[in-house]
Design a protein around this ligand. Structure first.
Ligand code: GDP
Length: 390
């Protein structure tokens, strides 16, 4: 309703856009937040969902910078209006972070003052805000006391915030939906059980790394997500009476992880007699953000991962967070390897489906008290500096 009243094409929008830069300090009837895309698609989605929640809490109209390929990825979420920021928006050339809140205050980390109650009282009076973030900053919104009452009403279960907001807001376009359904119907729908494995390699150089492959095997076998391999002789005695068809969906920029897995389960029998099929939709080799088809494939793969029964994701990857949260899943998170060795233990089960906020305000900041007393906001499993809801 707010969007219909204040969105692009309305008199209210026209007035608000015209008033930018005039010194009258009057806030019209509508206030806005413009979301700008930063980094890869997973980062974009977690920050967009966070910005949407902030817009709901502060009665702002959420508008999306359409110079990236968002319009090829997602349908309009609000009926009878548009969430795309018109291209003739007066500040179009200035939507970068040069005028960010932190810079206005001082530098860098002062951005985090955004999460202070006192600062919110000031920010409330600003008619146009630009959200220039690559983070899932929702946990720190919960720690602003004046937002808590509304948040608790909106989300009786605190671990489902992204899940509900994401499913409300993010509807893949027909092209992306085609990529999802064709792959699902051809490769996953008939399996008795499906497992998603999302492999993101942050080290430099990236690519295929033996210790990451070992980590995936160690995690999936230890957690009994995949059967162990055996020799031909022992297989005869151990075979289960009704072997299952297990489909494994691997997503990665690189082809080798799924190739190795497929070869392993072809060359040796599984100890249970289960049949293991391994599929990987794309092998893009490197990140090509803002290439239309590349991003559409990335979104399709995130969605396909949401449809699996069990999920293994790479620690700290927002790509994996989106898959887990939209899917309503608790993934096994692969710890980030250090020193080119396989971490021990290799993975940890996520305590909730929520994404992790990697860079929350420091513990001695204005949220120090609330962070200690709010039981449903905790340190992330794989990144103790981060915060997540449980
Ligand atoms: P993060 O860097 O892991 O937090 O995730 P982002 O999604 O923000 O950035 C990684 C980007 O690299 C993705 O958006 C894709 O463009 C690309 N990418 C990484 N992994 C995959 C993958 O498994 N499949 C596809 N299709 N693209 C990927």
């Amino acid at each position: 309703m707010l969007h219909k009243r204040c969105g692009p094409g309305t008199e209210a929008y026209k007035r608000a856009a015209e008033q930018i830069g005039d010194d009258s300090r009057s806030v019209g009837e509508c206030r806005y937040i413009v979301w700008v895309a930063v980094h890869g698609l997973g980062n974009r989605i977690v920050s967009l969902v966070s910005t949407f929640l902030y817009a709901l809490l502060t009665e702002r109209v959420l508008l999306v910078d359409q110079r990236t390929d968002m319009k090829y990825l997602f349908c309009e979420p609000f009926p009878g209006t548009s969430w795309l920021l018109p291209v003739d928006f007066p500040l179009m050339g200035q939507l970068d972070s040069s005028r960010c809140y932190g810079t206005m205050l001082k530098t860098d980390d002062h951005d985090k003052m955004f999460f202070c109650e006192r600062d919110q009282n000031l920010i409330r009076q600003v008619p146009w805000l630009v959200s220039n973030s690559n983070q899932y900053f929702v946990p720190s919104l919960w720690l602003i006391p004046s937002f808590q009452t509304e948040l608790i009403k909106l989300f009786p279960r605190k671990d489902t915030v992204f899940h509900h907001l994401g499913r409300y807001l993010l509807h893949p376009t027909n092209q992306v939906w085609g990529l999802i359904t064709r792959f699902y119907n051809a490769y996953l729908s008939r399996a008795d059980e499906t497992l998603g494995v999302q492999v993101r390699v942050f080290s430099n150089p990236a690519g295929y790394l033996e210790h990451v492959m070992n980590q995936i095997l160690s995690c999936t076998q230890r957690e009994k997500l995949l059967p162990e391999l055996t020799t031909l002789e022992s297989q005869v005695t151990n075979k289960s009476t009704s072997p299952k068809l297990k489909a494994v969906l691997v997503t990665s920029l690189y082809p080798e992880y799924s190739e190795k897995l497929r070869t392993m389960y072809w060359e040796s029998p599984s100890s249970t007699g289960d049949m293991v099929q391994v599929y990987q939709p794309s092998q893009e080799m490197f990140q090509q953000t803002d290439e239309k088809l590349h991003d559409q494939k990335a979104l399709a793969e995130m969605y396909l991962l949401t449809l699996t029964d069990n999920l293994v994701t790479s620690g700290l990857s927002t790509f994996g967070y989106v898959a887990q949260s939209l899917g309503g899943l608790k993934a096994w998170i692969l710890y980030r390897p250090t020193n080119h060795t396989t971490p021990d233990p290799p993975c940890v089960k996520s305590v909730s489906m929520e994404p992790c906020f990697h860079r929350p305000p420091p513990i001695n900041a204005c949220q120090a008290k609330t962070v200690n007393s709010t039981r449903f906001v905790r340190r992330c499993e794989e990144w103790t500096m981060g915060l997540k809801q449980v």
